[in-house]
Design a protein around this ligand. Structure first.
Ligand SMILES: [Fe+2]
Ligand SMILES: [Fe+2]
Length: 271
């Protein structure tokens, strides 16, 4: 299965870039499954139902979330009607929505997508390792699902590496989100799971993690509440990771980063 994961989509420039490029990418890279993180798609904070629909129309099969899941209140009622939008699985029981989804591709193959959130330097939540392994205990990679993708939305690289090792051999890809900074450490772990600490963001990199520089910098310079943060509006870079898996095992065969447009050096997978 040919899978593309795109990191946190930030604001209008980020989602415009995704909507502009994704239909072509789906075709030229012969993608079977596209997963995007949408927690910052609505003006940097949350995901509105209409933007979720636009992203899915452009070719996103599943949208994952994170600590900004509930910034848009209109998503709270919508998420239970749209199973292809998932929020971290380790929110407390009773939280709206689901932390995982199985999507069936046009050719009948099935893919599991899971979203969990880290606990280091983030809100207190249930155990993300237990949440992920609980979900995986209900599926068999290569048997009931041909691929499985886990988005670990977390601040600490250590927690993300640990998640990669805990799930190694049990999923196709463990990929980090939330730091909005693509890491160059993508590799296939010893058990066959593709891993990257952070996918990066789809947004304007002439910014502070996607937000306009002045207000974001002012928060560091003067420890006072100031101007509201606004997304930067320059040309976005898409940042993500492509993985090709073996359907019989669900494990990764090869992986390569994707970066298109904006300030980042471009790169396109050559397989
Ligand atoms: Fe984010
Ligand atoms: Fe986040």
């Amino acid at each position: 299965m040919r899978i593309l994961f795109l990191g946190d989509i930030v604001g209008r420039t980020g989602r415009d870039a995704v909507i502009a490029h994704l239909p072509d990418l789906r075709r030229t890279l012969r993608l079977d499954l596209v997963v995007v993180n949408g927690e910052n798609a609505s003006h940097g904070f949350g995901l509105s139902p209409s933007i979720a629909r636009d992203l899915m129309e452009a070719g996103a099969d599943v949208i994952t979330l994170g600590n900004h899941s509930w910034d848009r209140k209109d998503l709270i009622g919508y998420i239970d009607q749209e199973p292809r939008i998932i929020r971290p699985a380790n929110y407390p029981p009773g939280t709206p929505g689901q932390g995982s989804v199985v999507v069936t591709l046009v050719d009948g193959r099935r893919a599991l997508v899971v979203n969990v959130m880290g606990r280091q330097f983030m809100d207190a939540l249930d155990d993300p390792f237990r949440a992920a392994t609980d979900i995986l205990s209900r599926h068999r990679l290569g048997v009931t699902v041909q691929a499985a993708v886990v988005d670990i939305h977390a601040e600490a690289s250590s927690e993300k590496w640990a998640m990669g090792h805990v799930l190694d051999g049990r999923v196709s890809l463990v990929i980090g989100t939330h730091t909005h900074t693509p890491t160059a450490d993508h590799r296939i772990l010893s058990g066959g799971t593709a891993f990257q600490t952070d996918a990066g963001m789809c947004g304007d990199y002439d910014s502070v993690i996607g937000m306009a520089k002045d207000a974001a910098i002012a928060r560091f310079l003067r420890r006072m509440p100031g101007e509201r943060l606004q997304p930067a509006e320059g040309e976005a870079s898409l940042a993500g990771m492509m993985v090709e898996t073996d359907d019989a095992t669900g494990l990764a065969r090869r992986m390569a980063p994707l970066r298109v447009g904006g300030k980042l050096a471009p790169t396109t997978p050559d397989f």
